[in-house]
Design a protein around this ligand. Sequence first.
Ligand SMILES: [Zn+2]
Length: 333
Amino acid sequence: MGEQRTPGHGAGVEADATAAAQAAGEAVAAVDVGGTRVKAALVDRQGRELVSTTTATPADLGAAAALVEAVTATVHELKRAAAEQGLTVTVGACGVVVPGLVDDTHGVALYSANLGWRDLDLVTPLETALGVPVGLGHDVRAGLLAEARWGGAQGSDNVMFVPLGTGIAGALMVDGQVLQAGGYAGELGHVVVEPGGPVCGCGARGCLEAVASASAIERAYAARLTSEEAPADRVTAERIAALVARGDPVATAVWEHAVSALGRAVVMAVSLTGVELVLLGGGLAQSGDLLLDPLRREVAGALTFQRPPTLARAALGDRAGCLGAACLAWDLT
Ligand SMILES: [Zn+2]
């Protein structure tokens, strides 16, 4: 595992010179363990990343000891990078966020299909290894916390955060509280938008994720092409978005189908929870108004008495999870 980690560290270290100049003080360590990458940073109270690293996620993280070792090594690397840049930083706490099912209240990573773990009780071993208080949370719920504190949801109490990527995740804030329900709240990707529709990774049919995620869009587009038209390589959702922008009819039909499904899911969420702001993140949100304009029309056309939500791109991009981990850590100090 050390061999995999070493090349990435150092090469991925970045520093914000302005922030660094003011950094002689307190910070927290924030670690976002994703399916393919571990993003980490020392973050100050204003949400500035003083140093950051991005490394490949080590293989075999299925046991608590392996994950504790990976997080501990990452935090040590952050401290080393800070010292190398002449920063005098005291790390007062550490936040760790992971995907899958997470019991934020008890600090247990319940289940991750991608990373292969079940019921990992991480907080106590991490606190022992690091010698500071540790908060463990869910990457998307923590990302919503970061958007609320430092990003696109500042000043909003009723928010839904929806990262749209290979899958579709969701997190809900109602009356200023992020809904957790033992780790089960906010699974917008598994709301059924097409009964009897495509099979989802979860086993059900017609889930939003099976209809409107980047991978679902890619599958739907490939299925519409005849064998003569089909390119040898996979056509990415990004490429399909570019085709939509150019008016390609097949890409446009696929895109509209996905946006319509997303609109139905947003309307369900608005009706159930009364969220007033919907922040879209992840790779698909990078298409900006190409996604947002038709989605706004779809949602506006379906609402009757509900408060029309503002639909916007999330502000923190792929740093939301890492900055969310920093929020969890700052809340412990
Ligand atoms: Zn599903």
